[in-house]
Design a protein around this ligand. Structure first.
Ligand code: FE2
Length: 456
């Protein structure tokens, strides 16, 4: 089984020895971040690499100035090691190294197009995968942001060359490759709509790369289920945009556009989307862009229960939903991008299978039947509030809502009192404790310096 960096920053209360051991490991690992063994390749490292055995203390494996090559990677893989660890203090050096390596691969004339795309997409996917495994670890969010910088620069330089990073082959439906594709697609579509020089193109790439981070924790059986979801499954799916927005807004340097894209990429112009059921004017351009690329990629991709669908068939199906699900101008721009790519290289996309049935849009953007629009994620879950001294207070989640960028949480704590936690400056609340972080089932909701609460 794959050795996974899995230090969730979980502050849920447990007295089991295993939990205590993992908490100690987590404290230690808060000083390091994981790097997949096949991401690095350097003749002279500008950072230190550590090995971790069984949750123990990290041991120096390679120091700054030494080499790390594909043969080292092969030896580690033979030993069943999938990740090395880099001190968090060196995360900028790591970002610079990854960016340099990717640029070298992207621009290497000796590499064929397919190999170049495989290396760049593979590294990008690894970063996203590790970020999803533990979005609370510092370093990884910044590395993905520096990748977005690279991607937007490439998109500006040569759309055709960059466009090949959009995988139009028969790739499996897998959240990580989907997120890489949506990041690339949002860059291409943003550049088509706004011009390649627009600063927002970079933010759109970043937002696309992380838009589904809230799917961490949703079981694959639910993500890949064919047919109608149960209420409980639907509640899990429905929670992923808000969970993603909370994860991203809790980052050290939150990126507002990425938060908005994660939160609103399943909204529809007709108000039948989720999680908030927003109507037309309330859905911003970044979310409209993300919605089009997201659905396009998901519909073209093979699923466990059906094959891939040819791009033009999917576009025709999506066109029926202009004005209801999709913005016409945004969709038209995406059609132009896809058409250009198909005309330049018809071989790159899956061929049309006349017998293949085009999936209904509801497969990707299910419209809720039993959960009314506008309601929130399941309640009754545990909320743990950390005090400044590190002690915890566990309570039951009563409700949580998002208003713009503001998260409102209401919870009932053990003492029986119901407290509301909001951003500071919201008047009615009376201080009972201070905290800087709220966790819900181990997933950071957000970081608020809330200081006031009041029994309801
Ligand atoms: Fe999504």
């Amino acid at each position: 089984m794959r050795e996974k960096p899995n230090c969730k920053g979980d502050s849920s209360v447990s007295n089991s020895p295993n939990h205590q051991a993992s908490e100690a490991g987590c404290r230690l690992m808060a000083e390091y971040f994981p790097v997949a063994i096949d991401v690095l390749n350097s003749s002279e490292l500008e950072l230190d690499l550590y090995l971790v055995h069984g949750g123990g203390k990290p041991v120096l494996y390679r120091s700054t100035g030494s080499a790390y090559s594909v043969s080292d990677c092969a030896l580690l893989a033979e030993r069943g090691i999938t990740h090395l660890y880099v001190p968090i203090t060196q995360h900028r050096g790591f970002q610079a190294l990854v960016s340099k390596q990717l640029t070298e691969a992207y621009e290497d004339p000796a590499l064929g197009r397919a190999e170049r795309c495989r290396i760049v997409r593979g590294s990008c996917g690894k970063m996203i995968e590790d970020f999803m495994a533990d979005p609370t670890l510092p370093g990884l969010g910044g590395t993905i942001a520096s990748m977005a910088d690279r991607f937007s620069a490439w998109c500006t330089e040569d759309e055709t060359k960059f466009g090949y990073l959009l995988d139009m082959s028969e790739h499996d439906f897998y959240t990580i490759s989907h997120m890489v594709n949506v990041g690339v697609g949002c860059g291409l579509l943003g550049a088509e709509l706004l011009g390649t020089e627009h600063a927002m193109v970079r933010d759109l790439v970043l937002g696309g790369l992380v838009h589904d981070v809230g799917k961490r924790g949703v079981p694959a059986e639910v993500l890949n289920k064919e047919g109608k979801l149960t209420d409980a499954e639907w509640a899990l799916i429905r929670a992923h945009p808000q969970t993603g927005a909370e994860i991203l807004s809790g980052q050290e340097q939150p990126e507002p556009l990425a938060v908005e894209m994660a939160l609103s990429h399943h909204e529809r112009l007709d108000g039948k989307g989720y999680p908030r059921g927003l109507v037309e004017a309330k859905i911003g351009l970044p979310a409209r862009i993300c919605a089009v690329v997201d659905v396009y990629d998901a519909m073209t991709t093979a699923r466990p229960y059906r094959g891939p669908i040819a791009p033009r068939k999917v576009l025709a199906k999506m066109r029926e939903e202009i004005g209801t699900a999709f913005d016409g101008e945004v969709f038209g721009a995406w059609e132009r991008v896809v058409e250009r790519m198909l005309e330049a290289d018809p071989e790159r996309a899956v061929p049309d299978d006349p017998g293949a049935e085009v999936p209904a849009l509801s497969e990707i953007m299910p419209v809720p039947e039993s959960v009314p629009a506008g309601t929130d994620a399941p309640t009754g879950r545990t909320v743990v509030v950390r005090r400044a001294d590190g002690s915890g207070l566990a309570g039951e989640l009563v409700e949580r809502t998002f208003e713009g960028m503001t998260l409102n949480v209401a919870a009932r704590f053990r003492a029986g009192e119901r407290v509301h936690l909001l951003e500071p400056g919201h008047k009615p609340w009376v201080a009972t404790f201070r905290s800087t972080r709220i966790n819900c089932d181990g997933v950071p909701l957000s970081v608020f310096k809330f200081s006031e609460a009041k029994a309801a």
